[in-house]
Design a protein around this ligand. Structure first.
Ligand SMILES: NC(=O)c1ccc[n+]([C@@H]2O[C@H](COP(=O)([O-])OP(=O)(O)OC[C@H]3O[C@@H](n4cnc5c(N)ncnc54)[C@H](O)[C@@H]3O)[C@@H](O)[C@H]2O)c1
Length: 523
């Protein structure tokens, strides 16, 4: 979150990836790698490949800006190559994402295998082909595996990892570790079957959906409503089995199986019958889908999808008191790793208010007026205070050892609105400090050029959290606080400091500092 950085530490265990195929899925992989700080070379003979990939990266950067305030590593470098062999020559991970045809994939994988370093990993994005079939004819089949992602690859963290007969356990382990480092979750599928787990499930649902449309039971809009207003919401956070466990009531899964098991034999579904996708059905579905889109382009729909996914991921991240749940826990862990691998902030310049937090207004922060909702202002100011505390040495180890600063007063003024996606930056000025108290004044700016949208004046008390009482801070902390406080004493008292609720005075106010009795003494 700090604005100034020294030399970066690496987030990912690799430096360079190659992507062969840069369509919907290849483009998503490219963005995922680049944003994790990995250099990417691309081979895709499509004449518009650079433009298409550029648009996916732009969407991904926008989505990451909304997703997290944690410090992302410097973006990796991107290069397009005219020859496949050049793209993969010194790559450590090669991801194949060419169209789903066995003959094409085999030919491309053989070219990759012949041109890439012997120790490189080769993942295939195939949606359902068996890895053993893809390994046929390779000189080094032991490093080939399926790495099946979900669209958009830069936001959805799952990758199904499926080994073929020749894939070694070491390959699978290395693949998992790399995915973990870039915020993804490599779930290893125990045995290879066509379509693995995810597409197996999705195909069953898709087949039923096609029957329901063909038989005029509902149209595509009604079908999507049935999913997104009900089990779609449940699936995002608990999947299938845990959801049904709850549906079984107090007796849990056993009762659920007893109650709904028999109806599997009725059966409700059309089982494996395959609907005939004839011209008439294709036209019917496409026309209904066009009407449902109501003129929104694919890129516009992608942006809406990404904003919604970001909101869901953030909600899941906040679950269980911030511990996170499901994909939200993964995001929380990834952010912790980003913070840990971020370069230490260089010593702040105390001759001006400290610029401490840079963020973006995320979709989950927007209220019914279309602006950043009020408690998010406090969240950013809280993050600003946390950033100051880290600078003065109050980190997690300090808190776990039984001491901390608690905020006991906040006076927050809302001066202007912030809109979705706007850049935010906050500054912090220490108005005064003594051995037990720090009196702060934060300012929040939005947009370019920056405009001031809020201020917050806070009083912090140093506490012995085990004893549950206010206590003097130790000398090492006080020394850092005083170094900033004495430099800030030379700054002008900010407009709005010491102001009471409803006061409209324009100029600097009669803000009394702690030496003058503290904010609790103000009239
Ligand atoms: N679309 C999805 O939702 C999805 C999800 C998961 C996995 N997949 C899998 O990902 C793979 C790619 O699917 P997609 O949806 O991105 O398809 P796509 O058609 O959007 O992209 C394929 C890309 O491969 C390029 N290409 C064709 N021949 C090539 C070659 N010889 N060398 C290099 N590039 C070549 C094409 O120019 C195109 O840009 C498929 O195996 C698919 O099953 C797709």
């Amino acid at each position: 979150m700090s604005a100034t950085h020294a030399s970066p530490k690496r987030l990912a265990p690799i430096f360079k990836a190659a992507c062969v195929g840069g369509g919907v899925i290849g483009g998503g992989w490219i963005a995922r790698f680049l944003l994790a700080g990995i250099d990417v070379t691309v081979f895709d003979p499509h004449p518009d490949a650079e433009r298409i990939v550029g648009e996916v990266i732009a969407n991904a950067e926008r989505a990451y800006g909304l997703l997290t305030n944690a410090p992302l590593p410097p973006r990796g470098r991107l290069a397009f190559c005219a020859r496949l062999a050049d793209a993969v020559a010194d790559a450590e991970w090669i991801q194949e994402s060419v169209p789903e045809r066995l003959d094409l994939k085999r030919r491309v994988l053989a070219e990759i295998d012949a041109a890439c370093p012997a120790e490189a990993l080769i993942g295939s994005s195939t949606s359902g082909l068996l890895p053993t079939d893809l390994q046929t004819g390779l000189a080094h089949p032991e490093r080939l595996f399926v790495a099946h992602p979900y669209n958009p690859v830069y936001l959805l963290p799952l990758v199904e990892i499926v080994g073929g007969k020749a894939t070694t356990a070491g390959t699978i382990e290395r693949a998992r570790a790399l995915l973990d480092a870039i915020g993804m979750n490599g779930v290893v599928i125990a045995r290879e079957i066509e379509a693995f787990v995810g597409d197996r499930l999705l195909e069953a649902l898709w087949r039923e959906a096609l029957w329901l449309i063909k038989d005029d039971i509902c149209d595509v809009e009604a079908l999507d409503d049935v999913i997104r207003y009900s089990f779609g919401l449940r699936w995002a956070q608990m999947g299938l089995f845990q959801t049904y466990r709850i549906a079984g009531g107090e007796a849990g899964m056993r009762h659920f199986l007893a109650q709904f098991g028999p109806c599997l034999k009725w059966p409700w579904t059309k089982l494996t019958d395959v609907v005939d996708l004839d011209e008439a059905l294709i036209e019917k579905i496409s026309a209904q889908s066009d009407e449902q889109a109501a003129g929104l382009s694919i890129r516009a729909l992608e942006r809406i999808r990404d904003e919604n996914l970001v909101g869901i991921l953030q909600a899941l991240k906040g679950s269980r008191g911030g511990e996170g749940w499901g994909a939200g826990r993964l995001l929380a862990n990834f952010e912790r790793r980003l913070l840990a691998s971020a370069p230490a902030a260089s010593a702040p310049d105390p001759s001006a208010p400290l610029r401490l937090v840079e963020a973006k207004v995320s979709p989950a922060w927007i209220d019914y007026n279309g602006h950043m909702t009020e408690h998010r202002y406090l969240q950013v100011f809280g993050d600003t205070t946390d950033a100051l505390l880290r600078i003065i040495g109050v980190d997690m180890a300090y808190v776990e050892a039984g001491h901390s600063y608690y905020t006991v007063e906040t006076h927050l003024r809302h001066l202007d609105e912030a809109r979705l996606g706007e850049a935010l930056a906050s500054t912090c000025q220490i108005l005064s400090a003594d051995e037990k108290r720090i009196h702060l004044f934060h300012r929040l700016f939005a947009g370019t050029p920056e405009r001031e949208i809020a201020t917050a004046e806070q009083l912090l008390l140093h506490v012995d959290s085990k004893a549950g009482r206010v206590a003097a801070a130790p000398a090492a902390i006080l020394e850092r606080v005083q170094a900033i406080a004495s430099a800030h004493a030379r700054l002008e008292t900010p407009l709005g400091a010491g102001r009471a609720v409803g006061e409209k005075r324009a100029g600097p106010t009669a803000c009394r500092t702690l030496q003058g009795g503290g904010s609790e003494d103000r009239a």
